[in-house]
Ligand binder design. Sequence first.
Ligand SMILES: [Zn+2]
Length: 376
Amino acid sequence: MQSGKKGHRRWTWWRCNILNMNAAGLELRLSSQQLCGWRSKDSVVMQSWVEDTLACPRDGVSLSLKGDVLKCPEGHEYPLILGVPVMLIDEAPPTHGAIRETLNQVTGELGYPEIGDPQETRQFVQDMLGATCGHMYQHVKSLQDYPIPRFPLSPEFAGATLIDIGSNWGRWSFSAARKGFRVVAVDPSLRSALAGKEIARQIGLPVSFIVGDARFLPFKSRTFDVAFSYSVLQHFSKSDAQLAIDEASRVLRPDRTILVQMANGRGLRQLFNRLRQQVKADTNPFRVRYWTIRELNAVFEQIGKTSISADGYLSLNAQISDIDILPRRYGFLIRFSEALKGVAARRPILTEFADSLWVMSRKRAQDGTPGSPPET
Ligand SMILES: [Zn+2]
């Protein structure tokens, strides 16, 4: 569903502090992690710590807000659309059709996607699950709630920040926020970011959504305590994946963790999928790309000490937390995958045959010494 620019101007820039806001007698619904930021009449859309981290994705310099546009001193401009900064660049070949769609929405060739009510946002999420979470999710039952998986990491300290690269509607961003991270969700789709912002409002989790490109992250260097990405870089060409990994490392603070899910070219199901890709001569630019564990180690060891473990078997990748929304026939496969993961933790040889892999690196400390070993 499309809508025009109606409502665009009601978003304003607020710089303030909680004491002043309270003194002014304004109603605030702020959690302990939320401060004033870009704000609509009914919800905080950007936390102030996020504003301070933004930088021009073209040259990395700081931005200032003039009206509804973020500007850099070099003249690059990025609009706020319904409160969400759109920080894409149009110079590079897109990794996904969402980039062109969003750019056309910004220039007015397409209307802005409308923020829906809970029923509409759940339908959007259901559609996105089928499109992005592997073959089992094409058969998701009608959603009654938002399926948010268990996040695999815990914050190392209070206030740890996390960037979710390629967040879509925020499935893993909300998962991380529930674990206590302060989360920024980045995705090239304005439609997904606006849906995520609406879901954040509905479920009361302080996740900030930014429209951006994984290869040109609109953040200052050494900003985040965790860089996370799930079911995204596995779809990039290897050269684009390398750019995105370099960017994730750039925005990560030294001695901090990057955790990325990738597809294993030797995974049990992926052997079949690779054959099918070749038979069909699949040229979909967002098709799954397959890596060997050796290739992944070579790339991620450039960041720091790296460990690779099994994320799942037989899909990319069904979560045990989603068993209730998937057809019963998949329950056995998901439990079997969980059991194999348990064995693989003790018998690493089994990781060789996992379909979905976790790659975790600890970025080297600033002086070039190795970082701490990644937690496993
Ligand atoms: Zn600039």
